[in-house]
Ligand binder design. Structure first.
Ligand code: SAM
Length: 272
């Protein structure tokens, strides 16, 4: 079984790439995700001829939007996954309607981006430091590739803020905790200001709620049923309790009262 948080660490070894693509594609259609993403683009303070990097770019959805901000500049996406690099290249051509040599996607590990220092005016990362072994080193790597006075921006969740609303709070807390445990760095959102502060001058910090009121969307993004099954396998929850919990969520969906909530922190910093 593919668990989302595990799979995003090593996309190319995932047995269910489609599940990851469906998850990322759904987020691109939800207003709460687009709201913090739009803010993160503004924070990059790009000039029309600027050069910008989107690190761990996934399927490349942010790249055409960044290109709009640098019509005479360059956009470079990096991702660890060869599969996602190919998909991102193809998605960019689909959105732009043509191959644009000023928008490129490269395979690269965030811990060792193979490009010269001071190359970009700005670099961003979005919901990816949560998955990687050494986020502080990754932020240092992003600071390395931007020029002096350039901007680094990160948008990352704080999984301690994750809530699945239900009439069974104990079960909700078990499932939230089990999902949170799947991440290497579940508290990265709240750690960003301090982590940026050791390497950059922090220029912005804001917190953005992601409020899902559709159970089917929450299943895709938060893997709720699989996580409840995982709680049963680990002995944290009985099979009966898990079934009641999932029934409870379905009833909430029917009455229009279902919700799941997560806070994303957006932090930017200027290179000294
Ligand atoms: C949750 S996705 C986010 C994708 C994209 N930023 C977005 O907003 O849709 C996490 C991404 O991090 C990438 N990733 C994981 N570990 C990485 C690493 N060590 N170096 C570069 N990318 C990595 C994954 O391949 C995946 O594309």
């Amino acid at each position: 079984m593919t668990f989302l948080a595990d799979a995003f660490r090593q996309v190319d070894t995932s047995s269910d790439l489609a599940k990851l693509e469906i998850c990322l594609s759904l987020m691109e259609r939800l207003p709460d995700f687009l709201a913090y993403k739009n803010m993160s683009y503004d924070l990059l303070a790009l000039d029309p001829d600027g050069k910008v990097a989107d690190v761990a770019c996934g399927l490349g959805f942010d790249l055409p939007r960044l290109k709009q901000l640098v019509p005479t500049g360059e956009v470079t996406g990096f991702d660890l996954s060869e599969n996602f690099v190919k998909a991102a290249q193809s998605n960019v051509v689909d959105v732009l309607g043509t191959e644009d040599p000023s928008v490129t996607v490269r395979q690269g590990d965030i811990h060792a981006l193979g490009c010269e220092p001071d190359l970009f005016d700005a670099a961003r990362i979005d919901r990816s430091l949560q998955h990687i072994p050494d986020p502080a080193a990754a932020i240092a790597g992003m600071a390395r590739i931007v020029r002096p006075r350039g901007i680094v921006c990160a948008a990352e969740p704080d999984w301690s803020s994750f809530v699945i609303g239900s009439d069974m709070p104990a079960a909700s807390r078990q499932v939230e905790a089990a999902f949170r445990r799947g991440f290497r760095n579940p508290l990265i959102g709240q750690q960003l200001p301090a982590m940026f502060g050791t390497q950059l001058s922090v220029t912005h910090h804001s917190a953005h709620p992601i409020l899902l009121r559709s159970l089917s969307d929450a299943e895709i993004i938060f893997d709720i049923t699989h996580t409840a099954e995982r709680c049963v396998e680990s002995g944290d929850m009985s099979a009966t309790e898990s079934r009641s919990f999932l029934d409870n969520l379905r009833k909430a969906e029917e009455t229009g009262t279902f919700f799941a909530l997560l806070i994303i922190h957006v932090v930017s910093g200027r290179k000294h």
